[in-house]
Design a protein around this ligand. Structure first.
Ligand code: NAD
Ligand code: UDP
Ligand code: UDP
Length: 387
């Protein structure tokens, strides 16, 4: 169903995001859901930089206007405040679907919505399922190519190391909330009691897991994506993203890199959960953006692991933060949860072979770039922390 495109010709839409032969490339029309967030805004910078027209769709749940404000006034840039759980009509060539409340700690900023969602479903699950369905419906209608940003969390607490894309994972579907999420929940319950006088929803604290609704939500999103690919012929791409850090990351979202960096800058002890021997691999955001674009432009559906294979224990990470920010930064041990994956490291052979991609920025190179951004956001222009 070709449609007349605003550039004065039949657009690349309806061709699976590819520019048809004979049509001179004038830039694609690309929607980035979650484009005001950490990863999304860096992706938007790259797409704008190469001359594409970009529509950011974001409900600002965790994203910030500040992340994309530098594009305001550019006629090729549009920002729509919209929740992807609601249907959306647009004419585009490609859809990068990033929208997702990636960090449940942020629920504390929107207790009302959290309470409402408690009556039906959890926000991450709802967004991942209904939001992804809507964006797939949009891709199907206009013939756009669709890229899902899934997560390494689909591997759960993996029994295979490093994780290869063919591994099916080890997720606990009824995993309990961990301590990081417990405090916001108590605030929510208190708020609910204050405003409605209704009894607390304690049943949710014991029966429903926050981590599992994120993991299972993404797993379902992958399933939907493949269903639309096989059933409706939608051109799809799936990226499984491993822990990523960099400038514009939310400061207080509870993730380990942002926690350690903010804590060290504020001269607070770095909170290491458990014995700190669990491992993760940390990818700098520019490497991820390069991988996402190569995946979208390439010919392979995936899933592809996109992550940095360099593996660090949390204690080693704390040490790198000490080296970068403050050699005297202290470490404080906190209890960990049962469901916390013990180790995680991507096997990126598939992305290397088929996308010609591999990360370039090592942790010790990338961390200082994030530290200066955090410094500015935490202290303004005054350099109270030492770098
Ligand atoms: P982020 O929280 O900074 O960005 C997510 C964005 O989505 C935010 O701007 C938020 O406001 C928006 N959003 C949330 N719910 C929405 C909704 N219902 N409708 C519209 N917009 C909505 O997180 P991020 O780190 O940039 O993550 C981007 C994507 O990458 C997410 O899908 C996340 O699951 C995935 N991912 C990230 C990492 C990582 O380490 N950063 C790891 C694995 C997967
Ligand atoms: N959808 C949307 N934008 C579109 C097309 C569809 O948001 O341009 C939504 C639509 O509202 C539906 C979902 O995507 O909830 C799935 O659409 P599809 O056409 O696949 O399913 P159907 O509407 O036939 O159930
Ligand atoms: N972690 C930690 N201190 C913190 C926050 C997290 O030791 O202040 C640990 C956490 O237990 C996990 C690892 O760091 O083992 C990575 O946590 P994060 O939430 O950043 O990512 P994910 O668990 O989703 O990989």
């Amino acid at each position: 169903r070709p449609f007349y495109d605003h550039r004065g010709g039949f657009g690349a839409a309806n061709s699976g995001g590819k520019i048809p032969l004979g049509l001179k490339r004038k830039g694609l029309r690309i929607v980035v859901t979650g484009g005001a967030g950490f990863v999304g805004s860096h992706l938007v910078d790259r797409l704008m930089g190469r001359g594409d027209s970009v529509i950011v769709v974001d409900n600002f749940f965790t994203g910030r206007k500040e992340n994309v404000m530098h594009h305001f006034g550019n006629p090729k840039f549009e920002l729509i405040r919209h929740d992807v759980v609601e249907p959306l009509l647009l004419e585009v060539d490609q859809i990068y679907h990033l929208a997702c409340p990636a960090s449940p700690v942020h629920y504390k900023f929107n207790p009302v919505k959290t309470i409402i969602s408690f009556f039906s479903d959890s926000i991450p699950f709802w967004t991942n399922v209904v939001g992804t369905l809507n964006m797939l419906g949009l891709a199907k209608r206009v013939g756009a190519r669709f890229l899902l940003t899934s997560t390494s969390e689909v591997y759960g607490d993996p029994l295979q190391h490093p994780q290869v894309e063919t591994y099916w994972g080890n997720v606990n579907p009824i995993g309990e909330s961990d301590s990081r999420f417990f405090i916001p929940f108590l605030l929510v319950l208190r708020y609910r009691k204050m405003t409605t006088g209704l009894p607390p929803l304690l049943v949710f604290l014991t029966s429903g897991g926050v981590r599992s609704c994120y993991d299972e939500g993404k797993r379902t999103a992958e399933t939907l994506t493949m269903d639309y690919h096989r059933g409706a012929g939608v051109e799809v791409r799936i990226a499984r993203i491993f822990n990523t850090y960099g400038p514009r990351m939310c400061i207080d979202d509870g993730r380990v890199v942002s926690n350690f960096v903010a804590q060290a800058l504020r001269k607070e002890p770095m909170t290491v959960y458990g014995d700190g021997k669990q491992t993760r691999s940390f990818q700098y955001v520019s490497d991820l953006v390069e991988g996402l674009i190569r995946l979208m432009e390439g010919e392979h559906v995936g899933p592809f692991n996109l992550g940095n294979p360099g593996e660090f224990t949390m204690l080693e990470l704390a040490q790198v933060v000490q080296e970068t920010i403050d050699p005297n930064a202290k470490i404080e041990f906190r209890p960990n949860t049962e469901d916390d994956p013990h180790k995680r490291k991507p096997d990126i052979s598939k992305a290397k072979d088929l996308l010609g991609w591999e990360p370039k920025v090592a942790l010790r190179k990338g961390l200082p770039l994030m530290v200066s951004d955090f410094q500015q956001r935490i202290f303004g222009d005054h350099e109270e922390g030492s770098a």
